[in-house]
Design a protein around this ligand. Structure first.
Ligand code: NAD
Ligand code: IPM
Ligand code: MN
Length: 375
């Protein structure tokens, strides 16, 4: 098959991890006989510097004209309290709105090879396989009014019935393909918006009698994720609660660098690792590219309906981890010397080749080098 993908490397470690993701995609194209056209465009701080806009018009136009968008990370500077500073995160929020992807799917599965890496006891994390279904276009991220006036700062958590209903449906539909359990997260003991969230999620649950449903307060959920994470299958969350809980859940796997995500619901999906630009390690070649590479797997499955190819990528990642290779963030005390970002990418490509050689694959075709667009 043929497909077009917009690569948005972004800032910090974004370009480093996306480079490895592209190598994996190219290798996969060669093995399975698919041709992916890769187009690169600016977003984030880099785009502010080069184009004066964190989501330049050229990038916007391309994003709605491809089959899928793959993003690295944005943001090296956080916006200052008076709003006057650069606003790289705004480019990503604008992109999500542009694509209309209301459901952010964040799977958290602990590979057997990393069970010992987790700071939690192996018996707590072995077999953890949950997914955060995070509402992505509403809530306090976008609610009006917001601002700083006369010594008062304010944001607004706001959810319409329709927004809660559609993300709930996404969670229940996903649960039907998994272990059939949805836990909706809220703060209904305090917040009106959460009382409403709970009511609508419960209403939707009645359309899914085959799914075990319950609601849980977010503070308890934060504790249960560490105490007994295997109880969870699908976590249904608001925008902000899902953002926070998914970073926490990354600890179960051993590193934030491991988690992929897919943002879906519109015509074109946005695929990105859960982590950010990681300014503390950027430019050193030590970032873990696996979250980005597993985001490619989600893209292959959801944007291109290529589940076998997606499984091949996941199998290659598991094989490399099973062989004991680790980037620095995953290293066990006393383990072998960590591998670089580039070496991890190479190892995963080599593992894919073994998959191809064992007979899954076609022969021809590969992604060409990326076409780069400036503003
Ligand atoms: P971060 O996710 O960038 O980093 C948090 C910690 O995790 C850091 O110690 C970092 O070194 C580590 N880490 C993250 N990804 C890693 C990887 N692939 N390999 C190894 N270690 C990794 O969060 P932050 O430091 O709070 O934010 C930095 C900037 O990134 C901010 O501007 C923030 O807005 C932005 N951000 C962007 C995204 C995104 O683009 N999707 C997501 C989160 C944060
Ligand atoms: C994420 C990030 C973003 C978010 C920021 C960069 C806007 O933290 O994707 O998890 O909060 O959604
Ligand atoms: Mn986040």
């Amino acid at each position: 098959m043929e497909g077009s993908i917009l690569f948005l490397p972004g800032d910090g470690i974004g370009p480093e991890v996306l480079f490895e993701a592209r190598r994996v995609l190219e290798a996969l194209g060669g093995i399975f006989g698919h041709r992916f056209e890769v187009i690169e465009a600016p977003i984030g701080d880099g785009a502010i510097k080069s184009c004066g806009d964190s989501l330049p018009p050229e990038t916007r136009a391309l994003a709605v004209d491809v089959d899928a968008v793959l993003l690295g990370a944005v943001g090296l500077d956080v916006r200052s309290a008076d709003g006057g500073d650069v606003d790289a995160a705004g480019g990503l929020l604008d992109l999500r709105q542009l694509l209309g992807n209301h459901a952010n799917i964040r799977p958290v599965a602990v590979p057997e090879a990393l069970v010992a890496r987790s700071p939690l006891r192996p018996d707590r994390v072995r077999g953890v396989d949950l997914v955060v279904v995070r509402e992505l276009l509403g809530g306090i991220y976008f609610g009006q009014p917001r601002g700083i006036e006369d010594g008062v700062a304010f944001d607004t958590e706001i959810y319409t019935e329709e927004e809660i209903r559609r993300i709930s449906v996404s969670a229940f539909e996903l649960a039907r393909t998994r272990r059939r359990k949805v836990t909706s997260i809220d703060k209904a003991n305090v917040l009106e918006s959460s009382i409403f969230w709970r009511r609508i999620a419960e209403e939707v649950s009645r359309d899914y009698p085959d799914i075990a449903f319950s609601s849980m307060l977010v503070d308890n959920c934060a504790m249960q994720l560490i105490h007994n994470p295997r109880q969870f299958d699908v976590l249904l969350t608001s925008n902000m609660f899902g953002d926070i809980l998914s970073d926490e859940a990354a600890v179960l796997v051993g590193s934030l660098g491991m988690l992929p995500s897919a943002s879906v619901g519109g015509d074109i999906g946005l695929y990105e690792p859960v982590h950010g630009a990681a300014p503390d390690i950027a430019g050193r070649g030590i970032a873990n590219p696996i979250g980005a590479i597993l985001s490619v797997a989600m893209m292959l499955e959801l944007a291109f309906a290529l589940p076998e190819e997606a499984d091949a990528v996941r199998a290659a990642v598991n094989r490399v981890l099973g062989d004991g290779y680790r980037t620095a963030d995953l290293r066990d005390d006393g383990g072998r010397t960590p591998v670089s970002t580039a070496r991890m990418g190479e190892l995963i490509v080599a593992a894919l080749d073994k998959v191809g050689a064992s007979g899954w694959a076609g022969t021809a075709g590969a992604a060409g080098g990326p076409r780069r667009r400036a503003c």
